[in-house]
Design a protein around this ligand. Structure first.
Ligand code: ZN
Length: 329
């Protein structure tokens, strides 16, 4: 009996030792894996972040003054990893080659699917290949009017020439999908179908108990509501006066100047000047910095905004998945 008991104890001790070994080994593997990912990606990430630097609203930078024409080369349906049923619209002769180059269009789509795991992009139902020439707008997302729980992703095929900048933008655009999808913000068909209706927006915002994103009312436990409550409550009144300037006149100069001055007077709060555009742009830009930057060492508000995402284990995992995808490019 005693022997049996001793045997059981030995078994338990051995079991615990094996379990500890597995756990230790597992944790070691996990931490080594993430260090390997980050180490291999450090150089790449630095390039990607560098590609995103720039003054969007700086009045001394004249480069963005001309709005280029935009052409849609192909409109695809999305089925999982695949894009299907392309529809083609008339385009100028200079874009005909790109319009017929379905391999290049597949490559453009693959850049997105390689970065974002399938389970994290189920809201994307349509993929538009467009171009406004090199640079300018690199990519965009929008809700589908017929079903605002579904989204369209648009990528400028000319911007494949600068993969670093395009990857940063794709992660920024993905952050909109992550923070505005139907599990985060209640899809609002009325708003999607009346995009410029400011009084409708104000009415909906007043009826929303959490943060109203402009696309709909966010859920109480959504990323954007938490982000807004923590980082925007104190500055929102000041920002709203500037935001209203864009609707005051056709001349957008006062609005852009106002945003840039707002950025300069809150330099410790924003990762770059584009982030002051809107709280939904702030969280998207902060998410892209979260993905491509090391974890912040300091405690400024802009560093807190990047660190914010580390509070969500699913987003830490997503960061690792995106970096793995970016590293393979
Ligand atoms: Zn954006």
């Amino acid at each position: 009996m005693k022997n049996n008991q001793a045997f059981v104890v030995v078994l338990i001790v051995m079991g615990l030792a094996i379990l500890a070994g597995i756990l230790f080994g597992r944790y070691t593997l996990v931490s080594l894996a993430s260090e390997t990912v980050n180490a291999a990606c450090t150089f790449r990430s630095t390039d990607i972040i560098a590609s995103a630097q720039g003054d969007v609203y700086n009045p001394n930078d004249e480069s963005d003054s001309v709005v280029p024409d935009t052409y849609y080369l192909a409109v695809y349906s999305v089925a999982g990893d695949a894009i299907t049923n392309p529809e083609f619209q008339p385009v100028p002769n200079e874009w005909k080659d790109e319009q017929e180059d379905t391999a290049l269009q597949d490559e453009t789509w693959a850049l997105f699917t390689d970065l974002i795991p399938p389970q994290d992009r189920e809201m994307v139902a349509q993929f538009n290949v467009f171009t406004d020439g090199y640079s300018n707008t690199l990519a965009a997302v929008d809700q589908l009017k017929e079903d605002p729980s579904l989204w369209v992703l648009e990528i400028d095929i000319e911007d494949l020439k600068d993969k670093d900048a395009l990857m940063f933008t794709l992660v920024h655009e993905y952050a909109h999908l992550l923070t505005l999808n139907a599990s985060q913000v209640i899809p609002d068909r009325e708003i999607v179908n009346k995009p410029g209706d400011i009084s409708l927006q104000q009415k909906k915002a007043a009826a929303c108990p959490a943060y109203f994103t402009g696309t709909g009312c966010s859920y109480d436990d959504s990323y954007i509501n938490a982000f807004y409550r923590r980082f925007w409550v104190d500055i929102n009144e000041e920002w709203k006066k500037i935001d209203a300037l864009q609707y005051a006149t056709d001349d957008q100069t006062p609005y852009y100047d106002g945003l840039y001055n707002f950025y300069l007077s809150h330099l410790d709060q924003f990762v770059d000047d584009y982030a002051v555009t809107h709280p939904t742009e702030d969280i998207a830009e902060a998410f892209a910095y979260f993905v491509f930057s090391p974890r912040p060492a300091g405690n400024s508000i802009k560093e807190q905004k990047i660190a914010f995402f580390y509070e969500y284990p699913e987003l830490v995992q997503l960061r690792e998945d995106i970096l793995n995808g970016a590293c393979s490019k």
